[in-house]
Design a protein around this ligand. Structure first.
Ligand SMILES: Cc1ncc(COP(=O)(O)O)c(C=O)c1O
Length: 259
């Protein structure tokens, strides 16, 4: 796949003038947007375009960071070097709330040269949350959980997850690391969308919830992001329950005449 979408970034910057653009901000993979992966070569081309125009790159690692894609950061998975990174969720694995911005040397040098970097929130660097983050990072490292996502449980879940593409209600099944999306469609071949966006996704989510599975719906795309300690039998159970929710959704959609 070429990088038409990356070239759109260049076009958008040139339209307003590179001197008027501070930074390009993007998620390595759009997470809550539907686990939307960039086309091959997208990030390399975005990096080339931004560097050529002296535009900073901010990688939004709030979801992708700390192992979700099977690398410590999403930018490493896609091989680009951002100037700044926003981080949150995986920093503490959600046990306590903490977010942050990581700043590369080139930007930090400018800030330092200007004197104090006055930037903060009331609870910035909260010691209890910071302790939870340090403990979490130590566990990720000591138990090799990022490698486990990349080499063991990610590929294991991806195999059966992609098998869900055969279900009559699924237009596409995609997974990267331990983050998966299922695009529901009334027309497998054409991958058309349902007329009433979000209603079929909500049905499917509710069937999954009723069966004890937390499945998120973004419109008619079903999302999962299971914990890194997921066992193979739990992965099997997860896929079986998704399949059950899909079957029940299909029956309901047919009963309602939506398909
Ligand atoms: C990719 C991404 N970026 C940013 C945010 C917002 O993060 P915060 O609520 O820490 O400001 C979210 C929240 O879900 C997110 O998923």
């Amino acid at each position: 796949m070429d990088s038409v979408s990356a070239r759109e970034v260049g076009r958008a910057i040139d339209e307003v003038g590179a001197e008027n653009v501070g930074a390009f901000i993007g998620e390595p993979v759009q997470g809550a947007g539907g686990v939307i992966m960039p086309p091959d070569g997208y990030w390399a081309e975005v990096e080339r375009i931004c560097r050529a125009r002296d535009v900073l790159i901010v990688s939004d690692e709030v979801i992708c960071g700390f192992g979700r894609l099977g690398a410590w950061f999403g930018c490493q998975h896609y091989g680009f070097s951002p100037d700044l990174m926003t981080v949150a969720k995986g920093l503490t694995s959600g046990y306590l709330p903490m977010g942050g911005v990581m700043v590369g040397d080139a930007v930090a040098d400018v800030l330092e040269a200007g004197g104090d970097f006055n930037h903060g929130y009331t609870t910035s660097g909260h010691p209890v949350c910071a302790a939870a983050a340090l403990a979490n990072l130590a566990i990720l490292r000591e138990e090799g959980l990022v490698e486990r996502v990349r080499c063991v449980i990610g590929p294991y879940l991806a195999r059966s997850w992609r098998g869900l593409a055969e279900h009559p209600l699924v237009g596409e099944a995609r997974m990267v690391g331990l983050m998966g999306g299922l695009e529901l469609s009334p027309d497998k071949a054409g991958r058309a969308r349902f007329g009433k966006a979000g209603e079929v996704g909500a049905l499917c989510r509710d069937f999954a919830f009723a069966d004890g599975l937390i499945l998120r719906a973004t419109g008619d795309c079903m999302l999962v992001a299971p914990p890194f300690v997921l066992s193979e039998s739990e992965a099997d159970l997860l896929v079986a329950r998704v399949r059950g929710a899909l079957d029940r959704t299909l029956a309901e959609v047919r009963r309602l005449g939506w398909m």
